[in-house]
Design a binder for this molecule. Structure first.
Ligand SMILES: [Zn+2]
Length: 319
């Protein structure tokens, strides 16, 4: 199903915004690396839409290639671009001293036009950006998303809510690598767990102060088992939390709060555990500082129903 709704861009036949699609084309092609030589212009020269220039870098230096761009915005009617509206392509290319043709369409070329373009390609290189290709390019990068937000604000914001990306807060991408195998746990789909080890007392001792000795993160399953075998010692107890849960804003802030409460209260952190906790919170923050997805909203509701979540670490014993 289409993610972006091109009908949000004003139809070329109506109102003062009728040049919106050409403006969109100009921004899109600039993003793709072309230089715009002729801006959208609806003068008497009805055949002209845009002339753009591509710079190719080769062994012999830079080569400039001029392209004629034809913009056709049929999204509102939904009909394909017919051969009859793309007339004299060859003439238009030659008149504007171009070397190739770009079809920039908010629908698709009709089969008649597609056949004509294939024939043209024997003489002139031809590129077609149809609805799907434009959408794919917009959704593939931050720059593309910004452009989609400008021209298709409603559908792009719906799409972004369900495809959350880490916010660009630090110059580096957030990263937490599995302590056992080195795998990145904060990819497009965060995975893995955070494990903590702290001291506990078997007997009731009011003066006993639990100390967080180690905090690390790893893959679930084999990597977790391997590390557990390494860290398990008498007098230490482990607790863990799912990383996908920790990037939910409300769970994240509860974690921060419970850490602060522990520091103010009777619990202690080793230098190692404290440094790891800071690294964890810093790297999770960009994942938290974005719009929650619809899926996250559901998860928040079910997590709020679990009282143990108020307490931070899910330790079985102690306290
Ligand atoms: Zn691993």
């Amino acid at each position: 199903m289409a993610a972006l709704d091109f009908t949000e861009i004003a139809s070329p036949t109506t109102g003062k915004d009728r040049d919106q699609f050409e403006l969109f084309a100009r921004e899109f092609l600039t993003m793709k690396g072309f230089a715009i030589l002729t801006d959208p212009d609806r003068g008497p020269d009805a055949g002209r839409d845009l002339v753009i220039e591509e710079t190719r870098t080769g062994i012999a230096g830079e080569t400039k290639v001029r392209w004629l761009v034809s913009c056709k915005h049929n999204a509102n009617s939904g009909v394909s671009v017919l051969q009859s509206v793309e007339n004299d392509i060859r003439d238009r290319i030659e008149t504007h001293d171009c070397a190739g043709f770009v079809g920039f369409y908010s629908t698709v070329p009709s089969s008649g036009l597609a056949t004509k373009l294939r024939a043209l390609e024997k003489t002139y290189p031809t590129i077609v950006f149809d609805r799907e290709k434009i959408e794919a390019a917009l959704l593939a990068s931050r720059e593309g998303l910004l452009l989609a937000r400008r021209f298709m604000p409603v559908s792009s914001s719906l799409w972004e809510k369900d495809h959350p990306k880490a916010a660009k807060i630090f110059s580096d991408e957030p990263s937490l690598q599995c302590k056992a195998c080195g795998k990145e746990l904060l990819g497009e789909h965060p995975a893995g767990i955070v494990v903590g080890w702290r001291t506990y007392s078997e007997s009731y001792d009011p003066s006993f102060k639990p100390k967080h000795e180690y905090v690390y993160w790893c893959c679930k399953g084999r990597c977790d088992d391997r590390l557990e075998a390494q860290y398990r010692k008498p007098g230490l107890i482990d607790g863990w939390e799912d990383i996908p849960d920790l990037v939910i804003p409300i769970v994240y802030i509860r974690w921060v709060m419970s850490t602060l409460n522990e520091l103010q209260g009777s619990e202690q952190y080793s230098k190692e555990a404290f440094e790891a906790t800071k690294e964890l919170l810093l790297n999770l923050f960009p994942m938290v500082a974005r719009e929650p997805s619809a899926q996250n909203h559901e998860r928040i509701q079910s997590l709020s129903a679990i009282p143990s979540f108020l307490g931070g670490w899910g330790y079985d014993g102690g306290n």
